[in-house]
Design a protein around this ligand. Structure first.
Ligand SMILES: [Zn+2]
Length: 273
């Protein structure tokens, strides 16, 4: 192999490394493409509850939030994952996944839509995209370190891309700092009332989480810690808004019907003797 070709390869690698390690945020288009890739993998990895009534109900709550958010560059989607764990998470591109375990534990609709608003807030504020960008830099740096410069640039980049779109990276992408949590809570607290829902559901759901799991134990808590400080901050943000008293906490039994339906569909309904 000629020295010129070798040198050329090194430059390509350096250029890729510089590009990937740039501190520039992910563009909306990049996030959209990445989101499509992640969704493809999610379809294989997760067990979705595909019941029209349940998914329609959850999507309807999502739409209620989107309607008051105005035009958005990303298209948000809401899916229900059949899983007992009390969890919800967002991926790049705007898709929000909600576990059946979380829907079953919500005491009223304002708790459920409160958590959904929080997750949408992480996408809206580009927290998910920023975590991905940081992860991409680290993983690509590791790849280059491990593989050395003798590897074809295309191969290393492809492997790094593959590593990052893997769902294993989702756990990292959903680790948010205190400031990001506050922003996502703030987003939920601002957006819920515009959609007619009481934002205090978000706070009462923190209470449910702590009661059910203590300080640890659920994925949702480990990625979105419900500290006393966070609860107090969220309460203060709600009080500062001076909200009308007619915001809804429940939806005339609709959530309860959906919960019952989930129990029947997932074999969790109590059997009658
Ligand atoms: Zn969060």
């Amino acid at each position: 192999m000629s020295a010129i070709r070798r040198r050329g390869r090194g430059w390509v690698l350096l250029a890729i490394f510089a590009l990937a390690c740039s501190t520039a945020p992910l563009t909306i288009e990049e996030e959209r493409q990445l989101g499509a890739e992640v969704e493809k993998q999610a379809r294989q990895k997760f067990q979705f509850l595909r019941d029209e009534a349940v998914v329609g109900y959850v999507s309807g709550l999502g739409s209620a939030l989107l309607r008051v958010m105005g035009p958005q560059p990303l298209e948000y989607d809401f899916y229900v994952i059949e899983d007992d764990e009390l969890n919800a998470f967002a991926v790049p591109g705007g898709t929000v996944y909600i576990h059946t375990g979380l829907i079953l534990k919500a005491r009223n609709v304002s708790e459920l839509i409160g958590v959904m608003g929080h997750e949408v807030g992480h996408v809206y504020h580009r927290h998910v995209a920023e975590n991905y960008r940081r992860q991409r830099n680290t993983a690509l740096a590791q790849q280059l370190g491990v593989l050395g410069v003798g590897v074809l640039a295309g191969g290393a980049a492809a492997q790094a891309a593959n590593l990052l779109t893997g769902l294993g990276a989702m756990a990292y992408i959903n680790q948010f700092g205190r400031e990001a949590e506050r922003e996502a809570d703030g987003f939920a607290v601002q957006t819920l009332p515009k959609a007619g829902y009481d934002p205090s559901g978000l706070v009462s759901f923190f209470g449910t989480l702590i009661k059910e799991y203590g300080d640890r134990g659920s994925s949702f808590l480990s990625s979105h810690p419900a500290t006393q400080e966070r609860i107090a901050n969220t309460q203060a943000m709600i009080r500062a808004q001076q909200l009308p008293s007619n915001l809804r906490q429940d939806d005339d039994g609709k959530l309860e019907i959906i919960q019952h339906r989930i129990r029947l569909l997932t074999g969790k309904a109590p059997t009658s003797r």
